[in-house]
Write a protein that binds this ligand. Structure first.
Ligand code: 5GP
Length: 204
């Protein structure tokens, strides 16, 4: 019963909720999980490497990729373009690998429209005030950018009800959130609708 296409997991939620850290921890625990690296026109931060954190592309390259249908979804976020390369996701799923990605909220909903079977997980901090603290602490944005990201975060919260799961990333208790994410990944494997009737009945 373990064959078939892989599952698509989409971890979203406001900037600063801890998506990067949690997805990284999850990937360490599950080496077969494939991570979809996004393309972006944003400039790389000091620690970021091309092809690992993002594919850092020019506006023209991004436009070309988009025009060719190479992006599964794309969005403008805070003045930059971000998009999910289609080929990698399709290839991994077809090969039976589970895929994880972490777009912003509108991108997550666009993925669900393209892949109704995708599992959408909304990550929230235990207190909204922590978003600001986390964004300030990582010192990668200017104050104006942080203010704008917090504004976007408020708007993003309205979409929570369209997600499948909510995970709370409590301050200093991120291991619990990683465990919760793992429980979701595990449980989704056992959803009846993921199997063909004959697959299930054949084993009884
Ligand atoms: P950051 O600049 O902090 O890396 O990302 C800004 C926002 O863009 C985050 O909320 C992040 O989840 C989102 N993002 C990253 N990659 C993609 C993508 O491929 N598609 C969409 N729609 N959003 C993305």
């Amino acid at each position: 019963m373990s064959g078939g296409p892989g599952l698509l997991f989409v971890v979203s939620g406001p900037s600063g909720a801890g998506k990067d850290t949690l997805v990284e921890a999850l990937r360490e625990n599950r080496p077969t999980l494939r991570y979809s690296v996004s393309a972006t026109t944003r400039a790389a931060r000091a620690q970021e490497r091309n092809g690992e954190h993002y594919f850092f592309v020019s506006q023209a390259e991004f436009e070309r990729l988009r025009a060719e249908g190479g992006l599964l979804e794309w969005r403008e976020y805070n003045g930059n373009l971000y998009g999910t390369p289609r080929d990698y996701v399709e290839k991994c799923l077809a090969e039976g690998y589970d895929v994880i990605m972490k777009p912003e909220v509108n991108g997550a909903l666009a993925v669900k429209a393209a892949y109704p079977d995708a599992v959408l997980i909304f990550l929230v901090p235990d207190r909204f005030a922590y978003l600001r603290e986390r964004l300030l602490a990582r010192r990668t944005e200017t104050n104006e950018e942080i203010a704008r990201r917090l504004e976007i975060a408020q708007e993003e919260m309205h979409f929570l009800v369209r997600f499948d799961y909510i995970v709370v990333n409590a301050q200093d208790r991120s291991q619990e959130a990683v465990r919760d994410l793992e429980a979701i990944l595990q449980a989704e494997r056992f959803r009846i609708h993921r199997y063909q009737d004959k697959e299930l009945l054949g084993e009884l």
